[in-house]
Design a protein around this ligand. Structure first.
Ligand SMILES: [Mg+2]
Length: 507
């Protein structure tokens, strides 16, 4: 990797160029302390929040209190694939596909009519190089052609408030990883064998087959059969809950899962008396409509799973309630506004309504954060990012030189910058890159994360690293018009950007 350095002293960019290695003159591009700066066990704040003010803690169950091992994904994939063959009469040939854990990432969009799986940024642009039909990449020119000469997806086609647009759906939950993988394999088989198919039917059948894995209770059975294997960090969940109770906090649980399943998992993580920790337990809540539909009343459920018919006038500790709605919940508990902090892993189904309509504080559990931070902490990533930033700065400042030699140099920088971007992207995922960024922009997923959560973290256990009266202060990041006021190392995220001294006079 060679970089052409412009010292900007001549009349043309080209006249003052020389070729340098990425480690010019023995100067370290990265000081030793720059790697491993980020802590994967930290909690990150989008908004200032003091835990001292939080009196009530609420939790989702799946992937929030109970973190599941990724070994669940191949099982969901295989079971849904077999359901497609056996019940939906799909070709036997799709049985040859196995789950590829490295194919998709969360937050991708799927255009049903075009059978396109793709990553979209915060401005509704498809990230070029990240559109796949089946298992094959779709050339950038074809993507642009498919959307009428642009890579921008118009608002009316985009996934709506809950990730479901008229023709484009966003895959937001963690279970959707095997769903995206299966969808891509099935499309791959149909295309590869020249089979005629209706994209909408195929999408619906795959979605239904994945849903059947849940509805038939297969996933619950696997987890219940071997909780040691599937449930991660149970002891840390127990430590979080008991510490909050010891500090006088009130706790509640709102989950869409059935009681028998939650009960077994909580007994495994916390013990038989787990309900003593919670002031209210609500199962099969039917989120997200739980947060918006006033009509569904709470029902009491006994230990054997029988429903009672009496009218619910209070929510009692130790009892189990089914369904209900948030409006009755607020009326009965009087847990309102910013003294309530609710944790969930689904940005739409768990957090959006609470943040936008009800003013609760919210915490997002994003397991991918741990792996992505470990990648950001590597020297390879930091080196590549710093070099990209340096090239971007040079391109911006030197673009006024338009003589033939300079244009050649600018084109070489542009090419090198693009190569570096692709290398950096592939560090996270070869097809789609990071779930948080499309090259330099935030992803659509990231924008929703910032909008719907006060805090985000890899796992609930991160709470153990902070006092229960800790105040989280978000880092002040520059708005674009403020950026020149900021020291360059803060803007780039790096401690040192080379050659800035050389360019000082044109800044
Ligand atoms: Mg969940």
């Amino acid at each position: 990797m060679a970089l052409l350095l412009c010292q900007a002293k001549g009349d043309t960019a080209g006249s003052c160029l020389k070729t340098l290695s990425p480690n010019p003159g023995g100067v370290d591009l990265l000081p030793p302390e720059v790697c491993s700066l980020l802590n994967p066990a930290a909690i990150y704040a989008n908004n200032e929040i003091s835990l001292r003010d939080v009196e009530v803690y609420g939790f989702d169950y799946d992937y929030t209190l109970a973190q599941y091992a990724d070994t669940l994904h191949p099982e969901i994939f295989s079971a849904a694939r077999d359901i497609l063959i056996e019940h939906y009469k799909y070709p036997e040939g799709i049985r040859k596909y196995d789950y590829n854990p490295s194919f998709a990432i969360r937050g991708l969009h799927y255009d049903i009519q075009k059978s396109l799986l793709m990553k979209i940024d915060a401005f509704h642009y498809v990230q070029l190089g990240t559109a796949y039909r089946g298992l094959q990449p779709v050339p950038d020119e074809e993507v642009i052609d498919l959307y009428g000469g642009t890579q921008h997806i118009p608002l009316y086609q985009m996934s709506g408030f809950y990730g479901k647009g008229p023709s484009i759906k966003q895959f937001m939950d963690i279970f959707s990883l095997p769903e995206m993988a299966l969808l891509s394999c099935v499309v791959d088989h149909f295309l590869g064998h020249g089979l005629e198919f209706d994209q909408a039917h195929l999408y619906k059948d795959v979605t239904d087959a994945i849903r059947d894995v849940h509805v038939k209770g297969l996933m619950y059975q696997w987890i219940e059969r071997d909780m040691e294997k599937y449930i991660l960090r149970g002891d840390e969940t127990f430590a979080v809950l008991s510490r909050l109770v010891a500090h006088g906090k009130q706790l509640f649980l709102i989950t869409n899962s059935p009681f028998s399943f939650v009960d077994k998992g909580m007994r495994h993580m916390v013990g038989a008396d787990w309900r003593q920790l919670f002031d209210v337990v609500i199962v099969q809540a039917d989120k997200p409509s739980f947060f918006t539909d006033r009509r569904k009343p709470f029902r009491k459920l006994d230990e054997k799973g029988s429903l009672h018919w009496d009218r619910i006038t209070r929510l009692e500790k130790g009892k189990i309630y089914r369904q209900g709605n948030l409006f009755d919940f607020l009326r009965l508990t009087e847990w309102r506004g910013p003294r309530v902090l609710y944790f969930g892993d689904h940005l739409y189904s768990d957090l959006a309504d609470l943040m936008l309509r009800h003013g609760w504080r919210t915490g997002a559990i994003i397991p991918e954060l741990e792996r992505e931070i470990r990648i950001i902490n590597t020297e390879q990533y930091m080196h590549s990012l710093t070099w990209q930033q340096a090239l971007t700065g040079l391109l911006e400042r030197m673009q006024t030189y338009q003589d033939a030699e300079s244009r050649q140099v600018l084109a070489a920088w542009m090419k090198e910058r693009q190569e570096l971007r692709c290398i950096t992207k592939a560090l996270f995922n070869a097809q789609f890159g990071s779930i948080f960024r499309t090259f330099h922009n935030p992803t659509y997923f990231s924008r929703r994360l910032v909008r719907f959560s006060d805090l985000y973290m890899a796992s609930l256990s991160c709470l153990l690293n902070y006092r229960v009266d800790f105040t989280f202060y978000p880092r002040r990041t520059p708005l674009q018009h403020e950026a020149p006021l900021w020291m360059d190392q803060l803007c780039t995220g790096c401690m040192k950007t080379p050659f800035l001294g050389d360019m000082a006079h044109i800044r």
